[in-house]
Design a protein around this ligand. Structure first.
Ligand SMILES: Nc1ncnc2c1ncn2[C@@H]1O[C@H](COP(=O)(O)OP(=O)(O)O)[C@@H](O)[C@H]1O
Ligand SMILES: [Mg+2]
Length: 528
């Protein structure tokens, strides 16, 4: 299953960069999106003018002593006698060009001659790429032929001007109660799924893909896998293929096995593809990234490698400007929209990490997943208090939805402080009103938990989809105390939501136990 050992064309050899690399280490017997990268027609020609010689090598960083022509920044340079190697010019320091060795190939040595190619890292774009999987260099990672009809450089944004018009705000339904309710999925905007390792970011992203791409044939999705597990990429590929969503999807991967140079290029590569569909075809695009933090991480590794000095919390300022540039490329324009879902890893579960903060600031909604909630078996493990959205306004979601959201947030706030009081004095000491709110908060937490279609393989339970209307009705019923019976009774009778009575009650039963455990007091019989 693990594809780690096979086919790492990204790390091993960007064969697609060059036609002149028939001897590129072809990936051995790969399954699914792992086929050996093949040579590609649009290869840079390593026959340009003489640039200079390699002076020093430090990891991926290669310094060239300039003697001849001065190449452009981002231009690919060829190394004499080694057509499989490409160096990308990063910046200049005096009479030296500081380059990155994209192939991480050990044949590079001091004294070798370097020539221009007049080309930059480019990826194929357009209709021929649909249903295909590429690495950051535009090489196919599936078994298909290389795509070369339309190729664009990845470092050059094409967007004219981004805008955040409040006209035509179109709500897309995800079928996930907590997302539709707290972080409305608005066409052309950005939503983040943020959390530490193993709290459910990937599974939630997959469920979003499952729910929003199914059935609608006109939606075009771009998936960008950065620095995560290769197995997950394989599984997603297979799922999309089996559900026939693949034909409307373009995928880019630079997973954890790839060099930081390659990992830092997947985001821009996928953005290049999205820009093409947006600007040339006027399409509306769904853009999924797992995981955008890994882009920052790759940039950080690179800047360390290049000898740049970190400042803020260990990140170099260059990293943040690069992130801003990437996010700007994922904007909506007059021509088309890019709606993005971005998974964000939080190092050491620390939400105050400067990179996490920087990413969050560029998103319209941030859904915070919490380990303590995941441990209670609540899925998605959303922290209702830390989750925020600038799109949760009466104008966008409507009065009724907005009012309910305000009430839910107030109750959750109260729940948070009551929890501490109850830990000391017990629930029976609360006033009737407080007790009712406390109980409602617990019901809401349970209510927002739901089974995922993509998790059926670990949970054994089929996925649930809720329309926004069902979600709002359910919340209203809880807030209006329509269900004064205890949660146990309700679970038995399944009275709360006629539309999904059975599934609802099972999820409540499942989540009831942990919720009770959270209260140190033995759960008092409820009567309100
Ligand atoms: N909705 C869910 N239902 C059941 N299990 C889940 C769900 N979400 C996550 N999990 C469990 O948690 C594990 C880690 O989730 P994952 O999405 O890979 O975390 P992350 O991407 O945040 O590191 C999964 O492999 C699965 O076992
Ligand atoms: Mg993950």
């Amino acid at each position: 299953m693990e594809k780690t050992q096979q086919a790492q064309p990204t790390a091993a050899a960007p064969a697609a960069l060059t036609q002149a690399t028939p001897a590129a280490p072809a990936a051995p017997v790969p399954p699914k999106p792992a086929a050996a990268a093949q040579s590609k027609a649009a290869a840079p020609k390593p026959t340009g003018a003489y640039v200079g010689t390699i002076a020093t090598i430090r990891g991926l960083t290669v310094e060239i002593l300039l003697v001849g022509e001065r190449p452009e920044v981002k231009e690919l340079l060829a190394v004499d006698g080694h057509p499989e190697v490409f160096l990308e010019v990063n910046f200049y320091r005096g009479n030296r060009a500081i380059c990155l060795n994209l192939t991480n190939n050990a044949v590079v040595a001091c004294g070798q001659k370097v020539t221009r190619t007049h080309q930059k890292v480019s990826v194929p774009v357009g209709p021929a790429t649909m249903g295909r999987v590429f690495n950051a260099l535009g090489e196919p990672l599936d078994k298909g032929e290389p795509v070369t009809d339309i190729v664009r450089p990845i470092a050059v944004p094409t967007g004219t001007k981004s805008y955040r018009s409040s006209k035509n705000l179109e709500l897309l339904e995800t079928g996930l109660k907590v997302i539709d309710f707290l972080t409305p999925f608005v066409k052309g905007r950005k939503i983040g799924i943020i959390g530490g390792a193993g709290v459910g970011k990937t599974v939630l992203t997959m469920e979003m893909i499952h729910n929003v791409t199914q059935g609608s044939n006109k939606s075009l999705s771009i998936y960008c896998g950065v620095g995560e597990r290769i197995r997950e990429g394989n599984e997603l590929y297979e799922t999309l293929r089996d559900t026939d969503v693949l034909k409307n999807t373009v995928m880019f991967f630079g997973q954890m096995d790839a060099t930081p140079a390659i990992r830092s290029m997947v985001g821009p590569a996928a953005a290049t593809s999205a820009e093409y569909f947006r600007d040339e075809e006027g399409r509306d695009i769904l853009f999924f990234v797992d995981n955008i933090y890994r882009h920052i991480q790759a940039m950080t590794e690179l800047s360390t490698n290049l000898g740049l000095i970190p400042s803020e919390g260990g990140y170099s300022p260059m990293v943040f400007s690069d992130l801003r540039r990437l996010q700007d490329r994922l904007a909506s324009t007059e021509k088309g929209t890019i709606t993005s879902v971005q998974a964000i890893y939080v190092p050491a579960d620390d939400l105050s990490d400067p990179a996490v903060q920087a990413i969050s600031q560029q998103l319209d909604s941030v859904l915070v997943l919490d380990r303590s909630i995941a441990e209670q078996g609540i899925r998605p493990a959303v922290n209702l208090l830390k989750t925020t959205s600038s799109l949760l306004t009466p104008k966008i979601v409507g009065e009724r939805h907005y009012r309910l959201a305000e009430k839910v947030q107030a109750i959750m706030q109260k729940y948070d402080s009551l929890k501490n009081i109850i830990a000391i004095v017990g629930e029976n000491e609360l006033s009737a009103a407080d007790r009712a709110d406390y109980q409602n908060a617990k019901k809401l937490i349970t209510f927002f938990s739901q089974d995922f279609a993509v998790a059926e393989k670990f949970s054994g339970k089929p996925g649930e989809y809720f329309t926004l209307e069902q979600t709002l009705d359910g919340i209203e019923a809880i807030l209006n105390g329509k269900d004064t019976e205890s949660e146990d009774e309700k679970a038995k009778s399944g009275s709360e939501k006629p539309t999904s009575a059975n599934t609802e009650s099972t999820s409540e039963q499942a989540a009831e136990k942990p919720a009770a455990e959270a209260t140190p007091e033995p759960k008092p019989e409820q009567k309100s």
